[in-house]
Design a protein around this ligand. Structure first.
Ligand SMILES: Nc1ncnc2c1ncn2[C@@H]1O[C@H](COP(=O)(O)OP(=O)(O)OP(=O)(O)O)[C@@H](O)[C@H]1O
Length: 256
């Protein structure tokens, strides 16, 4: 078992691999060998062919460190937390809560009831509202696979790989370029292709995600989604708080 800070870490199984590393389930033990629980550890591990594509290992490491720093600075019940990290390791890593699933695969099972869907949408909106309005972060890669499901039906926004701090204009060109060439087409607002990002690009992605959650024929929901995903950013909601206000109104008017 490895030791980090006041914990022993015991890797159990690899959960999945992404483009830039893998996520594994680990057990955490206190130094006197009491089990604290099972967690997820995200590890940066770049395949050789990726290294040939433009960015050096140091640039990938800086991106990962930035991801961990922004995510660790968030403290909200709908944003996945970070507990322990080792960012100067050869393969930097951080430990977060172990998810049961992600929203994408919950949706593909097709078993969510409408009350659950409403509550999931509120949790996503609350998590992103916190990121935008209290942290001034833009997520830039909101999609069902990046919204994780935890026990008791709690959903949390995760994957801060493309997060940008809107107050930090000095963020390096390389890091923003990495952001520009990634992200997921279906959830990308049209202006992203011209390199423009702000909270409205996340609002667009939220609109697409909410459309996919699909809460049915509620009066007002189509207008809500159209306004969130309007082609012109100026026609969209101005903030996630405004989206929440309208969403609550729709739910109330439909007696849900
Ligand atoms: N906290 C977590 N608990 C459980 N599983 C997780 C957690 N975070 C991510 N995963 C899962 O681990 C796998 C790899 O995740 P990761 O975020 O590295 O890559 P990805 O999202 O598949 O790809 P990429 O980020 O490269 O687009 C995915 O199946 C993801 O759902």
């Amino acid at each position: 078992m490895e030791r980090r800070s006041n914990y022993f870490i015991n890797p159990i199984r690899v959960i999945g691999r992404g483009g830039f590393g893998y996520v594994e389930e680990v057990e955490l033990y206190s130094l006197d060998n009491n089990k604290c629980g099972n967690y997820a550890r995200k590890v940066l591990s770049i395949a050789d062919e990726k290294l040939l594509e433009n960015f050096t290992i140091d640039e990938w490491k800086r991106r990962f460190q930035r991801e961990a720093k922004y995510q660790a600075s968030c403290n909200h019940s709908n944003v996945a937390p970070i507990y322990i990290h080792h960012l100067s390791a050869n393969n930097p890593w951080f430990i977060t809560d172990l998810a049961e699933n992600h929203l994408g695969s919950e949706l593909s099972k097709g078993q969510l009831q409408s009350t659950e869907k409403i509550s999931i949408i509120k949790m996503i909106l609350n998590g992103v509202r916190y990121m935008h309005e209290e942290k001034r972060y833009w997520h830039r890669d909101l999609k069902p696979a990046n919204i994780l499901k935890f026990p008791d039906g709690i959903y949390k926004v995760s994957d801060f790989g493309l997060v940008k701090n809107s107050d930090n204009v000095a963020e390096s060109e390389v890091l923003s370029h990495i952001g520009d060439v990634m992200g997921t087409h279906k959830y990308m607002a049209p202006e992203v292709y011209s390199g423009l990002y702000n909270e409205k690009t996340d609002i667009f992605a939220l609109g697409v995600v909410i459309g996919e959650v699909g809460i049915g024929q509620l009066k007002g929901i189509d207008d809500f989604i159209h306004k969130s995903t309007a082609h012109k950013p100026a026609m969209r909601y101005n903030s996630v708080s405004d989206m929440l206000i309208d969403f609550e109104k729709i739910i109330k008017e439909n007696n849900q």
